[in-house]
Design a protein around this ligand. Structure first.
Ligand code: F6R
Length: 614
């Protein structure tokens, strides 16, 4: 949500900044703009719509190619997505330009105060209020960085701000509270961005900023302080992926590329997780074994697709550890006075590590003295930074807004956590843990074989492109898979889609079944329990009422042959691990169907990759 770029150095700032904005497009946005400080003036270009509109404006009215620059892609919160609400915003007289990600909660009060001083706004944004305030302080003779610190002390809410002053052609100043911001350290040049993707083609050396920090960026220095001006501690790190990981590599969509990267992403996430004797070693877990033995409840908190990974985690963790495990939407958690305390382990799952709802939930949990463990894909992001422990997934950058490899690697991390807890608490024998690890290690090849034989799913997407509604059913861990299949179709193809627990069908949803309605059903492996049998009889019930059944079942399951209108074969894996393979055809189906409908698969309408406001 909102992308920010800043640059100071010898290159043409306008090119570096717009290039960076392009790499941040995936975050979701509806307008874009850039400001350049050159020759004692600020020159501005901003436009509603995609960056192509900004490119056109810049082609007609080029900006100077010298100087320093800041840029922004805006995802509208306060005010419509039009040219005047687009960032950067100028102070009265145009001395200061500012971009912002987040929400300034006390902007009405500040706007009234400015109005009393005769300053009226030209946009409907909370951002312009900050630009005007900053301009006022700078005009009164305060240097830009001091002015930024003074203004930040007056703001409430979440904000990342980046500003330039036309009288100071060597300095970009930024501030960070909650919304993401990283520094890219170059050789004689420096960068600022919401995400390293914006500057990865220039440098892989980054600095993670903490909360309530102000950074002063010059071409040869980076200075970080608190909002009070005291020097602040920062964490430099090396980005371990390169430009090619942020490009499409010949695929039509990032999402499709990321689906095909899943065998590697799963393998990378499993890498180095056990010692030579086969015992699990999760070295990013900074909670002692003694503390883990004291835990009497686990609460998993997440949003969207990550929440569905949490639903799968519940089945595995409870089965392997016998610790009660609740799963809760982060946006609901802290508003219901949840019962958590020092013996609760709160597990948060977030691909981006920046989701505001999840972040607020973990802060609440920590206030109640719960231990927080983050499962996250983004090194240097806020959620792992504020957690007691972290298991990083190693999916590499996920650019498509709809999560795919992010989800599968989250599942892997959840399984690892469950097995690790079982090892520490002795609820599973060592050889059982080893056997499950060995099975997990076969999953990359299983996903690859699914992808090698995916044509029938692509054909199905062509056949169903005009369907107004699709249902998904599953049971046990197949239920979250059904929810995920439905979410993917909603967000990408804009089709009405619902996921149901198959056993719930007769309690209401069966009324939706009508002639030729496509219903995908995830069938559990044929095990010793009755789960498989129950799902087969659910398929019979809907087929008898006219549904067109698309059945996902393991390769030698012939009991489903007679009830399936379309059969999608899954590699044989044990029940708990089945989501790792069953989800893949549903991702491909949604991606292909949306692509056939002519939708922007990587940036679906109204969605943002990183949801940094509550
Ligand atoms: C759906 C999707 C979203 C995210 C959700 C949480 O495809 O990507 O539902 O899963 O916004 O995001 P993270 O995992 O970054 O916290």
């Amino acid at each position: 949500m909102c992308g920010i770029v800043g640059y100071v150095g010898p290159q043409a700032a306008v090119d570096v900044v717009v290039g960076g904005l392009r790499r941040l497009e995936y975050r979701g946005y509806d307008s874009a703009g850039v400001a350049i400080v050159s020759d004692g003036r600020i020159e501005l270009a901003k436009k509603a719509g995609k960056i192509a509109n900004l490119d056109k404006l810049l082609a007609d009215h080029p900006l100077p190619t010298d100087g320093l620059g800041i840029g922004h892609t805006r995802w509208a919160t306060h005010g419509a997505p039009n040219d005047s609400n687009a960032h950067p915003h100028l102070s009265r007289g145009g001395r200061v330009a500012l971009v912002h990600n987040g929400i300034v909660e006390n902007f009405v009060e500040l706007r009234d105060e400015l109005a009393a001083d005769g300053i009226t706004m030209v946009s409907e944004t909370d951002t312009e209020v900050v630009a005007q305030l900053l301009g006022q302080v700078v005009e009164a003779g305060t240097e830009l960085a001091d002015a930024m610190r003074a203004v930040c002390r007056r703001l409430t809410g979440a904000f990342t701000l980046v500003a330039v002053d036309s009288h100071n052609p060597e300095l970009v100043v930024a501030a960070r509270r909650n919304s993401p911001l990283v520094v890219g350290v170059g050789d004689g040049e420096n960068f600022l961005a919401s995400d390293v993707a914006a500057f990865i083609e220039h440098t892989r050396e980054a600095i993670e900023l903490g909360q309530n920090q102000v950074v002063e960026l010059r071409s040869d220095s980076v200075r970080v302080t608190t909002f009070d001006g005291a020097p602040a501690e920062v964490r430099p790190y090396h980005v371990d992926w390169d430009l090619s990981a942020a490009e499409k590599d010949g695929f039509d969509w990032f999402m499709r590329k990321e689906i095909y990267e899943q065998p590697k992403a799963v393998a990378d996430t499993l890498l180095g997780r056990h010692d030579s004797k086969g015992a699990l070693t999760l070295d990013e877990i900074r909670i002692s074994e003694a503390e883990l033995r004291q835990i009497d409840k686990i609460v998993v908190i997440a949003c969207g697709t990550s929440f569905y990974a949490g639903l799968v985690a519940k089945y595995a963790i409870e089965h392997w550890t016998r610790i009660p495990c609740e799963v809760e939407l982060a946006s609901e958690f802290r508003y219901r006075d949840p019962i958590v305390g020092p013996s609760t382990l709160v597990v948060t799952i977030s691909q981006s590590g920046e989701t505001a709802d999840t972040l607020m939930a973990i802060r609440h949990a920590r206030e109640q003295r719960a231990k927080v463990l983050a499962i996250c894909n983004t090194n240097g992001s806020t959620i792992p930074r504020e957690s007691d422990a972290v298991i990083y997934t190693h999916a590499g950058p996920e650019v498509g807004v709809a999560s795919t490899k992010g989800f599968l690697t989250q599942l892997v991390a959840c399984y690892l956590l469950g097995l690790y807890l079982a090892q520490v608490r002795g609820t599973k024998f060592g050889d059982e843990i080893k056997a499950t690890m060995a099975e997990l290690e076969t999953i990359p090849a299983a996903i690859q074989s699914l992808l090698d034989n995916i044509q029938p799913v692509l054909d199905l997407a062509a056949e169903f492109a005009d369907q107004p509604s699709v249902l998904f059913l599953g049971r046990h861990v197949g239920y979250p898979v059904a929810l995920e299949g439905a979410l993917k179709l909603k967000e990408l193809a804009y089709i009405h889609a619902e996921g149901f627990a198959a056993g719930e069908l007769k309690h209401g949803p069966i009324a939706l079944i009508e002639d030729q309605l496509p219903v995908f059903v995830v069938v559990p492996p044929k095990g010793r329990d009755m789960l498989h049998e129950k799902v087969v009889s659910n398929i019979q019930e809907i087929r008898a009422r006219g549904a067109r059944t698309v059945v996902l079942a393991e390769e030698d399951d012939h009991e489903v042959d007679a009830v399936a209108d379309v059969l999608i074969r899954l590699p044989k894996v044990s029940t708990l691990l089945q989501p790792l393979v069953a989800t893949v055809p549903l991702q491909v189906f949604a991606c292909e169907l949306a692509s056939r409908k002519g939708h922007d698969v990587d940036q679906p309408r109204n969605l943002a990759k990183s949801v940094t406001v509550e």
